[in-house]
Design a protein around this ligand. Structure first.
Ligand SMILES: Nc1nc2c(c(=O)[nH]1)N[C@H]1C(S)=C(S)[C@@H](COP(=O)(O)OP(=O)(O)OC[C@H]3O[C@@H](n4cnc5c(=O)[nH]c(N)nc54)[C@H](O)[C@@H]3O)O[C@H]1N2
Ligand SMILES: Nc1nc2c(c(=O)[nH]1)N[C@H]1C(S)=C(S)[C@@H](COP(=O)(O)OP(=O)(O)OC[C@H]3O[C@@H](n4cnc5c(=O)[nH]c(N)nc54)[C@H](O)[C@@H]3O)O[C@H]1N2
Ligand SMILES: [Mo]
Length: 707
């Protein structure tokens, strides 16, 4: 791919044209790959001619260039793609059918304002839903929608995410919060063990975790073991050892590693006694004493289930030979320090909360928490600037639901309760979701699950009455819009982004609109201002500012808290600003490790709760669906439709997913050169394939009852 354009740039073919007006504009790629990279867009006659990335500074590690991957470098093809949406439209066919008619902007704004006001009057703000959407991560842009909605009474809240709901739900019970070391700190580790962590493909930007991992390994020399069902690029390029595992069985592997650690006395007794409760009978909370409910009892076979979690037991579940498990345990038990991380693949499954907590048990048992070169077992963390988002009132609605359960809230919202469905802030929902605002998201169908069911729910217009979508392409989710608005991309408006996961080097990228708006595309802000005007709230919404003025306002507010930031004008001139983490590397729970009395955790006991009384109570009081498990200990729980489900008789193959290199979810999904470089393919174990006479490159059909 690089060979076809000079210096890894992406250039318009067709040779030189008469140059009238030429400029170079800073911009960024802010799709949700957990990267965020700098772009320098070369613009000729108000069209992007070619694109390069950050070329500033000496590019020394620690002060390195924020170079974009091949997706960001192909942004010209995305901006100018013939399929891009260009006009406001309203739906004319059935929802999801994809039939639209072009309308005027005035008609679009009237339709939205009228329906929004009607639904607010009839059902109240709890019936409004601001859909999970991660297509735009430019700091100043998406937050305009929250500002607008909160100004109008707010909306039903949501907690958790599609990314890491299980990690973020589970870890506070163990550690009082979700926290991890910067992966740049791997430079201090002797051994790195990664469960389904694939930053080589999923955090590929030049200032992101994959570059930190490479540099940390080069400088620190740690050995790397990756546990993943798939031979990922992280396995291929960073691992010394690959341990393939049956999907959904990581907790069983952990249990057996713990068994060896205990049996061979490789656990850190001081750490467990000082910092943790629930490892053995000595530190059990009063409510659970004398009942063989400790972690050690669970592992060694004296627990409630009476099963000893030996490596041979785990071999049958995980598919990993018992010898390999024993070796893994010995390596983890003797390498000091050892950095254990998880990606988000292992937890993004049923009972993923158990898996997320179980993986954390390995650093807990070996005392690798709160130190350089160690980790909590959680996914990555890093150095961040404070928020640059547009100010908004707090959401006045206190009620929230889990992000993933929004289709239930449309279909049978008033049946959703605190104890059976995780409603927060109220015992039950009073109204179903009646209206959706969806800005830059494709999780209505494409990125959600069980699309056939969602389709049915949304087709019934008496349930969800109105859906507004802002998009750049006719995605599958966009087909469910009642009004569909063509958005300008962040690089086409005043824009600004700070780093996401970026090890110990934070950064800010400030850009300006690369070209004038094309066709009838407008900014989200311009649209919301017009809708606010129709609802009599324009002045309150804008406070007299335009997009650029808000950008400057947000930046100046952040500068009040952080005087070392360059001035706004300097920042615009520089385009990129880098800052090294003043603490060296983020080390999660370091304060607690240094002084557990002065700096207790936010758990009820102030310690690491291997056994959680809170979870014991939840397990007793909540109404769980069949197959769902909540347990005071991080135990292995196979989950719904796991490897040993009886349904396997009918459906012999399991299909785990992973985040794909050629796209950030659906973003950049249509780019020809990216598809050529990395075609969308199904991977299958050659043994399974040969049993079915399937060869590499064959076209296959994959199906179940859901589609
Ligand atoms: N099966 C399966 N489903 C998954 C996952 C999985 O692993 N497997 N992963 C889940 C995870 S972790 C996540 S975070 C979600 C992500 O799901 P989404 O948030 O939907 O992810 P994206 O496709 O990155 O972005 C959504 C949309 O934003 C649009 N977009 C891009 N730029 C702009 C812009 O400037 N303006 C506007 N208005 N729109 C823009 C894109 O066209 C795209 O359709 O998916 C989840 N769903
Ligand atoms: N190119 C690209 N980059 C992205 C994204 C994208 O869509 N494309 N999405 C971004 C987003 S929003 C997110 S949340 C992150 C996610 O970042 P990651 O967590 O790194 O990626 P995932 O693909 O979710 O899962 C990581 C790995 O888990 C493996 N896995 C699946 N099931 C299991 C299991 O049961 N056990 C074990 N041990 N491994 C398992 C998968 O094979 C995969 O290699 O990626 C971000 N980066
Ligand atoms: Mo995600």
């Amino acid at each position: 791919l690089f060979a076809c354009s000079p210096q890894g740039t992406d250039e318009v073919s067709g040779g030189a044209s008469e140059t009238v007006d030429e400029k170079v504009v800073w911009g960024h790629c802010s799709v949700n790959c957990e990267g965020r990279c700098a772009l320098r867009l070369h613009v000729t006659n108000d069209e992007v001619a070619w694109v390069e990335s950050d070329n500033t500074g000496d590019d020394v590690y620690g002060d390195h260039q924020i170079r974009a991957c091949l997706r960001g470098r192909s942004i010209r093809r995305w901006i100018n793609h013939p399929d891009r949406l260009s006009y406001p439209m309203k739906r004319v066919g059935k929802r999801g059918e994809g039939k639209f008619e072009q309308i005027s902007w005035d008609e679009a704004y009237d339709l939205i304002a009228d329906n929004y006001q009607r639904i607010l009057d009839e059902y109240g703000p709890e019936a409004i839903w601001n859909h999970y959407a991660s297509g735009v991560n430019a700091s100043n842009i998406g937050s305009f929608l929250s500002r607008f909605i909160n100004m109008n009474g707010g909306c039903l809240g949501r907690y958790g995410s599609y990314s890491s709901a299980q990690i973020s739900a589970a870890l506070p019970y163990l550690y009082g919060k979700r926290a991890a070391n910067s992966n740049s700190d791997i430079v201090n580790a002797k051994l790195v063990v990664m469960f389904g962590e694939n930053s080589v493909e999923t955090k590929a930007g030049g200032a992101g975790p994959t570059y930190h991992l490479e540099q940390a390994l080069e400088q620190g020399g740690a050995k790397v073991i990756v546990i993943d069902p798939r031979y990922s690029d992280t396995v291929a390029t960073r691992a010394d050892q690959w341990i393939p595992i049956r999907p959904g069985t990581d907790a069983a592997l952990v249990d057996a590693v713990a068994h060896t650690l205990i049996e061979e006395d490789l656990v850190d007794h001081d750490f467990l006694a000082t910092y943790c409760i629930g490892y053995d009978e000595d530190t059990m909370p009063e409510s659970a004493q004398g009942q063989n409910k400790s972690y050690k009892a669970y592992i060694m076979g004296q627990g409630v289930d009476g099963v000893e979690k030996t490596p041979a037991w785990a071999e049958g579940i995980t598919g990993i030979p018992a010898d390999t498990i024993v070796e893994l345990a010995r390596e983890i038990g003797t390498a000091k320090p050892c950095a254990i991380y998880q990606g988000k693949g292992p937890q993004r499954q049923s009972n993923g909360e158990q898996t997320a907590r179980a993986i954390c048990m390995l650093p807990v048992l070996t005392g690798n928490v709160g130190i350089n070169g160690g980790n909590t077992g959680s996914d990555l963390d890093g150095f961040y600037f404070s928020s640059f988002s547009v100010p908004s009132d707090k959401n006045p609605v206190q009620t929230s639901i889990a992000t993933f359960t929004w289709t239930d809230a449309i279909d049978h919202g008033t049946e959703m309760t605190k104890l059976a469905h995780g409603v927060r802030g109220k015992d039950k929902l009073d109204v179903p979701i009646k209206m959706i605002f969806n800005y830059a998201g494709n999780t209505i169908t494409n990125q959600h699950s069980d699309i056939n069911r969602t389709h049915e729910i949304l087709q019934d217009e008496s349930k969800c009455e109105f859906i507004v979508v802002w998009e750049t392409f006719m995605t599958d989710s966009a087909k469910y819009a009642d009004v569909l608005l063509p958005d300008l991309m962040p690089v086409e408006q005043p824009n600004f982004v700070s780093n996401d996961y970026a090890g110990n080097m934070g950064f800010i990228i400030m850009g300006e609109p690369v070209t004038s708006p094309k066709f009838e595309r407008r900014t989200l802000y311009a649209d919301l201002r017009e809708i606010a005007k129709r609802m009599g709230k324009e002045e309150a919404f804008t406070e007299g500012r335009d997009e650029e003025a808000w950008l400057q306002f947000c930046y100046e507010e952040a500068r009040k808290e952080d005087a070392d930031l360059p001035t706004y004008d300097e920042m615009k001139e520089m385009g990129v600003y880098r800052r090294k983490d003043p603490d060296g590397h983020q080390v999660a729970l370091k304060d607690f490790r240094d002084d557990p009395v002065a700096n207790p955790l936010k758990t009820p006991s102030g310690k690491i709760e291997i056994y959680s009384e809170q979870l014991a109570e939840i397990a007793e009081t909540w109404e769980l669906a069949e197959g769902d498990i909540i347990d005071p200990l991080p135990v292995y729980a196979p989950g719904v439709e796991g490897w040993d489900d009886p349904l396997r008789e009918t459906y012999p193959l399991q299909m785990p997913g992973y985040h794909y290199k050629a796209r950030a979810h659906s973003s950049y999904g249509c780019i020809d050169v990216l598809k050529q470089a990395n075609p969308q393919e199904l991977w299958m174990n050659p043994l399974d394939a040969s049993e079915r006479s399937i060869k590499d490159g064959d076209k296959v059909q994959v199906f179940n009852d859901r589609g």
